[in-house]
Design a protein around this ligand. Structure first.
Ligand SMILES: [Zn+2]
Ligand SMILES: [Zn+2]
Ligand SMILES: [Zn+2]
Length: 350
């Protein structure tokens, strides 16, 4: 269990605003926190490399629905020989069948839970987190993400696709085998709508992309920078909702994740490995989630958008204030978090 993080009585809290969504957060902890103030014990003992009962392990392909995509060196579909495998989720949140019609009952509106829910199995090996894989393997995972976005972009009546990853018990994982998920839905999530509107408004008033402005500003400020590579700037979020909330921002203005070049994909694989490794080193292998924010090209105001990734370590729990107000209290100053991540070492991988 993570220790309870107390706020400092003598620290003047600060309200900070997210420049894209215009949401406020409270940064409630001054400088001088140590990572040991908020890390818990490592959450899992070492798992075996292969688990005979795991449906995602190599050799157990028959335990899952047939694959929809795979990166493979050989062998027919649904047999061994793959390095990344994408399958429909057996316990899907949304189903492939249903009508798109909206129904009204009294004051209420509903529609069929039509959509898609897929699992991206990131490795044939059971016991490695993403950062423990080699860069080539992570590149294959990124290629699978790209291919699934492209597949849904062409010829699906679904409006939105989110790829995300849950790692560890506090992040909602049900299976230990390394995997991420994709949910495609006929509706646009509220958070993305807010980001789209915010980015469009910023463009309208200031004539440029909010995310490009953020990259420029954060590069210059430096105090929230974790990594600065050829193609990406990794920063702790200025108005982060969660302690150690970190954003991966592409330096090139690009609306969609799937439009990434080969050089960018290779750099992103290195960035993910380094960043997730640093989080593991700094916070003792915490549970975490990440999500890719990108939009379908058919969306309005799409010119102003700039894809990015948001990473949320799960070291605190939400309370009544967060749930009741949607204003988050972040107990670690993002500048402290960035400094600890810069200094953190990636644990050795074998
Ligand atoms: Zn497995
Ligand atoms: Zn931009
Ligand atoms: Zn976002």
């Amino acid at each position: 269990m993570a220790k309870r993080i107390r706020r400092e009585a003598d620290f003047q809290p600060e309200l900070r605003k997210n420049l894209v969504t215009r949401e406020w957060v409270i940064i409630a902890k001054g400088r001088g926190t140590r990572p040991s103030d908020f890390v818990g014990e490592a959450e899992s003992e070492r798992l075996p490399e292969h688990d005979d009962n795991c449906p995602f392990c190599v050799g157990n392909e028959a335990m899952t629905p047939p694959e929809v995509f795979a990166v493979r060196d050989g062998g027919p579909p649904n047999s061994a020989g793959w390095s990344v495998r994408v399958i429909p989720n057996k316990f899907a949140a949304l189903h492939r069948t249903g009508s798109e019609r909206v129904r009204h009952t009294g004051v209420h509106s509903a529609r069929d839970g039509f959509g898609a829910h897929e699992v991206i199995i990131e490795s044939p090996v059971h016991n490695k987190d993403l950062w423990e894989m080699d860069v080539g393997q992570i590149e294959s995972v990124i290629e699978a993400y790209r291919q699934r976005y492209l597949a849904f972009e062409s010829g699906e009546p679904l409006r939105h696709v989110l790829i995300f990853r849950n790692h560890g018990p506090k992040a909602g994982t049900s299976l230990a085998h390394p995997h991420s998920q994709l949910i495609a839905s006929p509706v646009l999530p509220h958070q993305l709508q807010v980001e789209l509107q915010g980015a469009a408004a910023y463009w309208e008033y200031l004539g440029k992309c909010a995310f490009c402005a953020l990259v420029e500003n954060e590069k210059e400020a430096g105090e929230r920078t974790v990594l600065d590579t050829d193609h990406f700037l990794v920063v702790t979020a200025y108005a982060g909702r969660y302690p150690f909330e970190t954003w991966i921002l592409p330096k090139r203005h690009a609306i969609q994740f799937a439009a990434m070049s080969e050089a960018e994909a290779e750099d992103l694989a290195r960035v993910l490995r380094e960043l997730l490794g640093k989080l593991a080193g700094c916070l003792n292998r915490p549970s975490y989630n990440f999500a890719i924010h990108t939009v379908p090209s058919a969306e309005h105001n799409v010119r102003a958008y700039h894809w990015h990734m948001e990473i949320f370590p799960r070291i605190t729990t939400l309370g009544g204030f967060e749930l009741g107000s949607d204003i988050y209290i972040n107990v670690v100053a993002p500048e402290d978090a960035a400094r600890y991540l810069r200094e953190a070492r990636v644990p050795p991988t074998s």
